[in-house]
Design a protein around this ligand. Sequence first.
Ligand code: MLC
Ligand code: AMP
Length: 504
Amino acid sequence: MANPLYDGFFGVHAEKTTPFLRLEGGQVVTHQDFLSISAQIAHVTVQIGLKPGDRVAVQVEKSPEALALYAACAQAGLVFLPLNTAYTVDELSYFIENSGASLIVCGGKSQETLGVVAKELGAKLETLNADGSGTLMDQAQQMPTRFETVARSGDDLAAFLYTSGTTGRSKGAMLTQDNLISNAQTLVEHWRFTADDVLLHALPIFHTHGLFVATNVTLAAGGSMIFMPKFDQDEIIARMPEATTMMGVPTFYTRLLDDERFTRELTAHMRLFVSGSAPLLAETHTRFEALTGHRILERYGMTETNMNTSNPYDGERRAGTVGFPLPGVELKITNPDTGDTLPDGEVGQIEVRGANVFKGYWQMPEKTAAELRENGFFITGDLGLIDADGYVQIVGRNKDLIISGGYNIYPKEIELVLDDQPGVLESAVIGVPHPDFGETVVGLIVPETGAEPDEDGMMEAVRKSLARFKHPRKLVILDELPRNTMGKVQKNILRDKYEGMFAP
Ligand code: MLC
Ligand code: AMP
């Protein structure tokens, strides 16, 4: 195939007049209509001077046109770089500069602020609003609905997804066409997706889960999606009767379980519920089964690798585990100090290898070398074990990471902002259990001698720099931070101390 991603996933549906996106109010976008829009957008990218391999940084609300932009990038051989709509200008400036993006596509509201960034960095800027209006579609509408697909190989880059790091600097994970294709094909088979499936899609489309898992699987199967702008409980309940499957983060499931309209009858026709991106509590799994009769299928993945493991479709879906390595994915548990493989049952770091594993971090050879071994195994930073029946259990993380409502937060990023505030000697940011988000952020502050840190000022600084979901939900002032003999802050002690802070 001249362009495996486009030809295999998108182009294959060019003549299909069946629904692809099912919107609010009964509106439908067929596969064919979707591809016409994406072809028109591809023409715009050529007209404004983009060349294959160029990066397109995208921070827009979820809409059919936003998804068509992903298809357009595939067809025009561009690298799609989706960005969380919650990111601040500070955060965006870094991603745009680091990736060397040639085009920024943003909502009209950000046009002015990002226009300055675009100008400084020599990038073009187009706008795309939630309703499809804006300069991108104004031009696209004048374009032909067919575009000659640009040739690409499976090893060419399809997307960059930024993931934060323990040092506070985000890294652009480079994903190839083959990474995306191989994983989606595996999941279609493993989860038995067909053209008859209707996926309830309430996830954002700027991360792996909503973009690659949910969308690519639907495309690969030729099915359709109930495409919601965001997680909206009323809408989910109203539209569940039309769906056959749903994918969500654990927060989706805990929220639904607390809603009395979410019943056994409402879900009786559903074929599959999938959970991932954060740990699903065994208790949630059990409650869900008791209420609906369905066993949620939990899987484990990450930005750098797409999906690694999954509970079985037919066999036992075991609560508290993430199932078995997917076909084509090798998984081992190793000793973090020596890298030696550990026997089953022992806890160590999880390493994975397969066609799903990314190519490396954009222009960060040292970081790539530190996490991606020469033999192809990627050190995930998660800690786990393989139980006696071969199920993988994630028991913790070797990386200082908080996962709130399925969004990853690296404490270092927040600590850097807090440490910079007047009167602050040092800070430590931890994640504590939270009934809705799974975990949430707490900032522990040690003032300089005699100083009284201004909490409002600190929060104001955090608001300016960092996306809302990263903001500490509480700040606590302490005399000092617990340290071990090496001088390292003992976050485990702090986590134990504050674990009940948000208990229901
Ligand atoms: C929103 N807020 C959050 C938040 N989401 N705060 C912390 N953590 C989050 N995840 C903020 C809002 O800005 C708001 O702030 C307040 O919290 C309450 O908002 P809400 O209305 O309750 O939020 P809601 O819009 O309902 O969003 C919650 C959510 C959403 C769980 C539906 O966060 C979500 O869709 N998460 C999915 C994330 C995801 O797709 N992860 C996949 C990553 S890929 P204020 O100021 O208004 O109170 C990956 C790999 C893999 O991890 O394996 O899949
Ligand atoms: P991200 O960097 O956003 O791709 O997040 C990936 C991380 O999310 C993984 O390294 C895990 O720590 C976590 N994760 C994903 N799925 C699961 C799961 N089912 N259970 C526990 N943690 C998970």
